[in-house]
Design a protein around this ligand. Structure first.
Ligand SMILES: Cc1ncc(COP(=O)(O)O)c(C=O)c1O
Length: 342
């Protein structure tokens, strides 16, 4: 019953009328990888800045990855370089990520469509908008991935949704059945903490080859129907959450106006994930001082490949929370701390 309501919500807001649930977005990425394996020498394009896990899955399932550098001003894949790759290589799929909630010009779309390339649009770093028009304009994937996992806009500690329009593609993806694994995610956290404490970069993690069994344990998670209600309640809050986030973001932008700060969320049209900006110097020191003052701050995302702009972003980025614990006073306090170190 609630599932039907969720279905209706997405259909009304996005016009995508095929949907299924998974335990996490990475499980959907696993299914997409299995689907791609039916192609000859399957090849996918990934932006060189991205959460490490999708890359680990593609690589471990034998999908060839071509990385494309990003635009360091938005965190989005560079479309000129993407078009070049589409024109010159056999590409089966593009993994498009609206990093930080930003949207692009999408000039690559007509080239990709002409060549029949599968477009996977991952909204884990943003969300669909409450406004149907915005979704119409900025959501274009043949497959859409939505996550309710750790650190996402609606963090329910798990749960993901795949949206599609094409019946044939949808049926094929739905047919791919994965053996169920534990519902407990502790082993995943421990696994990443291990690399983190051993100072592994993303590009090194990607190159570790797991056994399929171990990788499955990390990434394949069954959907828990108890999430239905929580997901539905999140969707009901979407309009409010979108307005709240945008309001907080514009306050951040106003307070953080400084020649030495380059704000990344300038073209946010979907939901902003965090307030993200680059500093010219002292990035690590700023992070430390913020954390010592009990302000959580992060340096996501690291480069998957050391291309120029991804490396630059990895070195200089700071992101601050937009969750409902943030308020005007905290924004000013954070700026005071940072300003003295710029
Ligand atoms: C772009 C992107 N896709 C997928 C994932 C994985 O999401 P989940 O935790 O639901 O598996 C993440 C995680 O941060 C992500 O940033």
């Amino acid at each position: 019953m609630i599932k039907k309501k969720i279905y209706k919500f997405f259909k009304d807001k996005t016009e995508y009328d095929k949907l299924f649930f998974a335990g996490r977005a990475n499980t959907l990425i696993w299914i997409i990888s299995e689907y791609l394996k039916s192609k000859k020498n399957p090849t996918i394009i990934l932006p060189s800045t991205l959460c490490v896990s999708p890359a680990v899955i593609f690589k471990n399932l034998g999908i060839k990855i071509i990385y494309v550098d990003i635009d360091y001003r938005t965190g989005l894949i560079r479309e000129d370089l993407l078009i070049e790759k589409i024109k010159n290589f056999k590409i089966d799929a593009i993994f498009y990520v609206n990093l930080f909630g930003n949207v692009g010009k999408n000039s690559f779309l007509r080239y990709a469509r002409k060549k029949g390339i599968l477009l996977v649009q991952d909204l884990a770093q943003t969300f669909i908008s409450y406004s149907k028009n915005k979704n119409k304009k900025f959501i274009f994937g043949d497959i859409i991935i939505i996550s309710f996992g750790y650190s996402k806009i609606f963090d329910l500690n798990g749960g993901a949704i795949l949206l599609a329009k094409n019946k044939n593609l949808y049926e094929k993806l739905k047919e791919i059945k994965l053996k169920k694994n534990s519902k407990n995610l502790d082993h995943v956290k421990n696994y990443y903490l291990h690399w983190y404490h051993n100072d592994f970069s993303c590009s090194r993690i990607i190159n570790i080859t797991h056994t399929k069994k171990f990788a499955k344990k990390l990434y394949v998670r069954p959907y828990n129907s108890k999430l239905d209600k929580k997901i539905f309640l999140s969707l009901k809050k979407l309009n409010k959450e979108e307005l709240r986030r945008k309001k907080i973001l514009s306050l951040y932008k106003k307070v953080f106006k400084n020649k030495k700060i380059k704000i990344l969320n300038n073209d946010v049209s979907l939901l902003p994930w965090r307030f993200c900006f680059l500093v010219k110097k002292n990035r690590d020191k700023i992070l430390k001082v913020l954390r010592d003052s009990k302000y959580d701050a992060s340096s996501y995302y690291l480069a998957l490949k050391n291309y120029k702009n991804s490396a630059r972003l990895e070195d200089k980025i700071i992101n601050l929370w937009l969750d409902n614990k943030i308020n005007k006073r905290k924004i000013y306090r954070q700026y005071q701390i940072i300003k003295n170190l710029l």
